[in-house]
Design a protein around this ligand. Sequence first.
Ligand SMILES: Nc1ncnc2c1ncn2[C@@H]1O[C@H](COP(=O)(O)OP(=O)(O)O)[C@@H](O)[C@H]1O
Ligand SMILES: [Mg+2]
Length: 446
Amino acid sequence: MAVTGTRPDRTDEGGGDDEHGGERDGERGVGSGREGLRTVAGRAVRASGAALAELVGGLGTAVPALALLLLLAVAAVTAPLGAGLLLAAPLLRALHALAGRERERLGRHGPEVVAPDPAPPVRLRLALADPTTRRELHWLARHGTVGLLLGLAGFLLPLSAVRDTAFPLYWRFMPMDMTATSFGYGVAHSWAEAFAVCAFGIGSTAVILGLTPGMARLQADPGRRLLAAGPDQDLSLRVAELTATRAAALDAHATELRRIERALHDGTQNRLVSVTVLLGAARRQVARDPSRADEILERAQSAAEQALAELRTVSRSILPPVLDDRGLAGALSGLAADCPVPCRIDVDAPERCAASAEATAYFVVAEALTNVAKHSGARSVTVAVRARGGRLRLTVADDGRGGAEEAGGSGLTGIRRRIAAHDGTLRLASPPGGPTTLEVDLPSGS
Ligand SMILES: Nc1ncnc2c1ncn2[C@@H]1O[C@H](COP(=O)(O)OP(=O)(O)O)[C@@H](O)[C@H]1O
Ligand SMILES: [Mg+2]
């Protein structure tokens, strides 16, 4: 078994705040104004940092957007010669793929940008009449030009601000013509001028802090408006899909409650009833026969211990504490170690996932490995987990006899319900004779 990849440790931000809580309370009387200023400044720096990251990240789609824009122009010019027509389908495919990447990127920085349904066409005649393609072309023109410039500004502005602010540290060592400010105003000949450049750098830092959130919004705006389903799009399919997954979520919830209720009723409650009966019997025996009473008390104690153990099992099955203690990779390694069939785990999860997504992944792998042990006759099984781009993808593959069917039991149906409740998908490939592969894709909620 090999566990590769890492998952960043959970950082408990709440805990960190608590640690300094006392100190802050002490200061509150004297320096609450200073504290407030510091919080505001901290918030501005964080917002500006996030906006800069978003702007620079936007270059990842803006540079290909400009290239695609130029290629489309070449195709349009050469269309009468026929060459442009040949290029149309691959370029349209590239346009849809790039628009998809931008939707994913925007979804990471804010609310999800829901792709229009159905997928846009790649045949030129259909594409020219297709509103989605027209909106994507409109976006391409905006993002490949204005978006690209904003991204470049987001990349260069902080560099020039740092260069100018640190100017007094190095201006003496620079050749004369390189001692101008980043924006080329004036040349420093004296210390006073060098500090003026530094002041200019501090000023541009303040401007960056103030402007970048707006710039990031401006860069994202065409994508958010033009790549989402437009008002002319039929969203009824998506609404129907969400209604179904909502029903599945409620159903999965009710099933889970019923399971917990049964486990408490049949297990823990029964044991506690016998504890009370045994205690009653012990009380009656105390005066008459103390040694018999002691025997009954011992039985009552063991029944109480069993009730406790069952209660612990039930609470663990609600949200396995191992996920909190060891993270997804550690929890899955635990499952693999308990699996009687040799199991290889490969976890690549640099992004932190929501607790509910991790719990779903855990229960899916637990059920899949139980099935492999119970039904497959496999010699080995591999579990692969990838958490990237806001999606959590899981694959469980065994080399057993195959023939897995949802209709054959309740485990796979339960998995499908759980996944549907997360708006994810499940694919099961298990031809008779094997192998069996179970693929799951869900939003990681990160
Ligand atoms: N990995 C597997 N290899 C072969 N058969 C499988 C596998 N997983 C499931 N099955 C078959 O599919 C049926 C349905 O599985 P499941 O819904 O988990 O029900 P259960 O495990 O409760 O029988 C099983 O009864 C079994 O026959
Ligand atoms: Mg099963």
